[in-house]
Design a protein around this ligand. Structure first.
Ligand code: 3HC
Length: 691
C-alpha cells in the first residue's frame, strides 16, 4: 500500500490501481486530501496501471471542501488544481461514489474519466447555502455532461439529486450496488479492458441554452438579497466557452463570493447548527423513546403530535374535553395530508401515522408513554396541577417535559418526586414545520434526560439548542428586549408599519407588529400581566398593545390588530393613530422622525444586547447557539449569520457607542452588557468565545 498523505492511500491490484480517500467523518477535501490526491496522480503516472478507481472509505464519498478551512490561509494545492490534475491524468480514473457526493467532492468525480454511483447515492452542489458557487470546475464540467438546465437547478437550489436522476442527466455513467472498493476495482478493470467508456469531461462541449439562463435570471430578479445565485448563473453560462476560459471565469466569480460577508455569515450558520450538538451531557445515554404523550390538543399540541407522528413515533394525545380533542385530531389529520401533498410521506406512511395516534380524554392513558410533553395553558397553576398528576401516572423513567415558553422549569419540576426526569422542550409554532427546539435544562435535570431531549430533536429533524432556565430562555428573553425597543420607537414617533417595513428591509421574515398580530395580541397581553409583578421599575412601558387588546382587537384572529385584515393586503389599523397620540400626550412625548436606518440600528442593537447578556449569564452555552436559535425560530436572515455574528460584524466598540448615546433617553433599555463593554475596551469577539 502506498500512503500519499494522512488521508489518501493507493494500491496496485494486478494491472489496475485503487486510490482511497479516508478522512472521517465525511471525507471533506481538506489539505491532506488535496495533497494526497495530487501525489496519487503522480504515482499513478509511473505505476504502470492501465486504469484506476477512486473511492472513499467510511459513510460517504467526499462531502466537499473542508468548510473549517474557510477564512484561513489557503494551503496549496487548491481544489480546482487537484481537479485539473485528475482530469489531465493519462491513466483513466473512475470515481465510485456512495452516500453523498457534494460540492467539491462531486467536482472531484466530475474531473475523473467516468463516474459510477452506488445505490442510495445523492449528488449535489450545496455551495449556494454557504454563499459560494461550485468553484472546482463544477459549473463548467457539470453542464458538459448534463446540459445547463439541470446543473443550474442543482446549483441554485443547493438540493441533492438522487442517483437515478443523475444517471438520467448523464452526471453519472452507471448506477449499481456493492461495496465501494469492490466496485472501484471492477470498474478500473473494465476501464483497462475498454469495457467501460472513459473520457475527459473538459474535452466535451456544453450545448448552449439561453432559455434556461434567461429563465434563471428572471427568477432571481424576483428574489433579490443573496449575492451567490446571480454569480452561479453567470458561471454556468460561461460553460459554453472553452474550458480554460470557463474555469477562469468560475474562479473569478468564486473569489467574489468567497470575499463577500454573506459567505462568512452562511458558513457561520452551518457551523453554528452543528455546534449545538456539543453540550455537557453529550456523553450520557439517551433513554429509549417509542411512545410520546402530548398533553393539550391546541395549536402547539397538534404541531408537536404531528411532528412526532411524522418521525414514526407513537403518540398519545390527551385533552380535557372531547370537543377540543376532536378539533385537535382533525387538525393533525390535515397536517398529515399536507405532509403527503408536499411529498414528505407516502399514503401508506400517512395511514400508519394516523394509526399510531391514540387520542383520549383520559390522562391515565399516559402510563405507558416514554416521554410526555405538556403543551397546556401557559399558567404556573395549570402546569403544577398537570405535573402533580404526571408524577402519579407516568411510569418510572419516563421523561416529563414542559413546552412552556417562559415559565420556571425548576418550579414545575419541584412539584414532582422526580425532578431529575423533568426538562423543558420548547417547540416553536407551527411545531411540525419550525426547526428549532429549545432544550431547557433545569437545576436537577439528569444528564440522560438532557441527552433524550437532544435525541428527540434529531429524530424529529430539528435543531436542538441547550438553554438554561430564565424568563423566556434564549429566544423569548431576547425577543422581549427588541420587541420593547420597537414599542418605544412607536411611542417616540415611528408608525408600526414603518418599523415592520424597516425590519423586513433587514431581511427578517416579518416585522415585530406583523408577528404580534399573527401570534395573537392576547398572547403578549397575557405575558405582560404575568410580568407585572416582576417588571423592573426602570423599564419604560408602552400601553399601546394593551389598549388594542382591551378594545377587542387581537390581531389576525379578530381581523384587526396593528393592521386590518380583509380580502386584500393588510392595511394599518386606523384606530392606532388616536391610541398612540393619546399615549404620547399622557407621557408628554413630542414625536420625532426615525429613518428606516435608525429603526434597524435600534432593533438589531437591542437584539444583540440581550443576546450578549444571555451568553454572559450562561443561559446559552456559546454565542453561536444564540445564532442557531434566531436562524431557526425567529426568522433571522441566514445570510446575516445571526445576532451575535452581526455583533462581530458591527464591532463591540460601535455597539457600545450606540447604546451610550441612546441611554441618555432611556438608561435602562440601553444599559451596556458587561461582556460587550469588555470586548470594546480589551478586544475580543463572540466568534472567539465559540471556540
Ligand atoms: N467540511 C468540514 N466538515 C464537514 C463538512 C464539510 N464540508 N460537511 C460536514 N462536516 C462535518 C460536520 O461539521 C460534522 O462535524 P462534527 O461531527 O464535528 O460536528 C460532521 O461532518 C457530520 O456532519 P453532519 O452532522 O451534517 O452529518 P449528516 O450525516 O447529518 O450530514 C452531510 C452529512 C450531508 C455531508 C452534511 O454534513 C452536509 O451537507 N455537509 C455540507 C456539504 C457541503 O456544503 N459541501 C460543499 C462544501 S463547499 C465546496 O465544496 C466548495 C467547492 O465547490 C470549491
Amino acid at each position: 500500500m502506498e500512503r500519499f498523505s494522512e488521508a489518501v492511500t493507493g494500491e496496485m491490484v494486478g494491472e489496475v490501481a485503487l486510490i482511497c480517500i479516508d478522512n472521517p467523518p465525511v471525507n471533506a477535501a481538506g489539505h491532506e486530501v488535496r495533497k494526497g490526491l495530487t501525489a496519487a496522480v503522480s504515482w499513478l503516472a509511473g505505476s504502470g496501471a492501465k486504469a484506476a478507481g477512486l473511492w472513499c472509505a467510511g459513510r460517504t464519498f467526499t462531502a466537499g471542501a473542508d468548510v473549517r478551512e474557510f477564512g484561513k490561509t489557503p494551503q496549496p494545492p487548491s481544489l480546482p488544481e487537484v481537479c485539473n490534475t485528475l482530469e489531465a491524468s493519462a491513466v483513466p480514473i473512475v470515481a465510485v461514489m456512495h452516500g453523498t457526493a457534494l460540492g467539491g467532492g462531486f467536482e472531484l468525480a466530475l474531473a475523473c474519466h467516468a463516474r459510477i454511483g452506488l445505490s442510495g447515492l445523492r449528488v449535489g452542489f450545496p455551495e449556494v447555502n454557504l454563499g459560494i458557487l461550485p468553484g472546482a470546475g463544477g459549473t463548467q464540467r457539470g453542464p458538459r455532461l448534463a446540459g445547463i438546465a439541470p446543473v443550474l437547478d442543482m446549483a441554485l437550489s443547493g438540493k441533492p439529486m438522487p442517483a437515478e436522476e443523475a444517471l438520467k442527466h448523464g452526471l453519472i455513467d452507471e448506477l449499481t450496488r456493492g461495496e465501494p472498493r469492490e466496485v472501484a476495482l471492477d470498474a478500473a478493470r473494465r476501464a483497462a479492458a475498454g469495457d467501460l467508456k472513459t473520457r475527459r469531461t473538459g474535452e466535451l462541449e456544453t450545448p448552449a441554452d439561453t432559455d434556461a439562463i434567461n429563465a434563471a435570471q428572471v427568477k432571481l430578479a424576483k428574489k433579490p438579497g443573496l449575492n451567490a445565485p446571480p454569480r452561479i448563473v453567470e458561471a454556468v453560462a460561461a460553460s459554453t466557452r472553452p474550458i480554460t476560459e470557463g474555469l477562469a471565469e468560475e474562479r473569478r466569480l468564486f473569489m467574489e463570493c468567497y470575499d463577500d460577508p454573506q459567505r462568512a455569515a452562511l458558513v457561520h450558520a452551518f457551523l453554528a447548527e452543528r455546534a449545538v450538538a456539543k453540550y455537557p451531557e453529550a456523553g450520557a445515554k439517551p433513554r429509549a423513546v417509542k411512545r410520546v404523550g402530548v398533553i393539550g390538543a391546541g395549536t402547539m399540541g397538534q404541531g408537536i403530535a404531528t411532528s412526532c407522528l411524522l418521525a414514526g413515533l407513537d403518540v398519545t394525545l390527551v385533552e380535557v374535553k372531547e370537543e377540543a380533542l376532536g378539533r385537535g385530531e382533525a387538525a393533525i389529520a390535515k397536517n398529515l395530508d399536507g405532509a403527503m401533498e408536499r411529498g414528505k410521506m407516502t399514503a401508506a406512511a400517512r395511514a400508519e401515522a394516523e394509526a399510531a395516534l391514540d387520542a383520549t380524554t383520559d390522562m391515565e392513558a399516559l402510563a405507558d408513554a416514554d416521554l410526555i410533553i405538556e403543551a397546556a395553558f401557559e399558567k404556573m397553576e395549570v402546569k403544577r396541577e398537570i405535573f402533580t398528576a404526571l408524577d402519579r401516572i407516568a411510569k418510572p423513567g419516563a421523561v416529563l417535559a414542559t413546552n412552556t415558553s417562559y415559565l420556571d422549569v425548576n418550579e414545575i419540576a419541584a412539584v414532582t418526586s422526580r425532578p431529575e426526569d423533568v426538562i423543558g422542550l420548547h417547540f416553536f409554532s407551527p411545531a411540525h414545520i419550525m426547526r428549532l427546539l429549545e432544550i431547557v435544562v433545569a437545576d436537577r435535570t439528569a444528564p440522560e434526560v438532557v441527552a433524550t431531549g437532544f435525541a428527540l430533536a434529531k429524530r424529529l429533524g430539528k435543531i436542538g439548542v441547550r438553554a438554561g432556565v430564565c424568563d423566556g430562555f434564549i429566544g423569548n428573553r431576547i425577543l422581549g428586549n427588541y420587541a420593547r425597543a420597537a414599542e418605544h420607537l412607536v411611542l417616540d414617533g415611528a408608525a408600526p408599519s414603518q418599523v415592520d417595513r424597516a425590519v423586513r428591509g433587514l431581511g427578517m421574515a416579518m416585522g415585530p407588529f406583523e408577528m404580534a398580530d399573527l401570534a395573537g395580541l392576547d398572547i403578549g397581553y397575557f405575558n405582560r400581566r404575568r410580568r407585572d409583578p416582576i417588571r423592573p421599575p426602570e423599564e419604560r412601558y408602552s400601553k399601546v398593545a394593551d389598549r388594542l387588546v382591551e378594545a377587542g382587537t387581537l390581531g389576525r384572529k379578530t381581523g384587526k390588530g396593528y393592521y386590518v385584515y380583509g380580502e386584500s393586503k393588510p392595511v394599518p389599523n386606523p384606530d392606532l393613530d388616536g391610541i398612540v397620540a393619546d399615549e404620547r400626550a399622557l407621557s408628554g412625548i413630542a414625536p420625532r422622525e426615525f429613518s428606516d436606518h435608525d429603526i434597524r440600528d435600534r432593533y438589531l442593537t437591542a437584539m444583540i444586547a440581550e443576546a450578549a447578556r444571555v451568553v454572559e449569564d450562561g443561559i446559552a452555552q456559546r454565542p453561536s447557539d444564540v445564532d442557531a436559535v434566531f436562524l431557526n425560530g425567529y426568522g433571522f436572515p441566514r445570510h446575516l449569520g445571526g445576532p451575535l455574528h452581526q455583533a462581530d460584524v458591527i464591532g463591540a466598540a460601535e455597539l457600545v457607542r450606540r447604546m451610550e448615546e441612546w441611554s441618555a433617553e432611556d438608561p435602562w433599555q440601553w444599559r451596556v452588557p458587561a461582556i460587550l463593554r469588555r470586548m470594546a475596551d480589551e478586544g475580543g469577539t463572540f466568534a472567539q468565545l465559540n471556540g
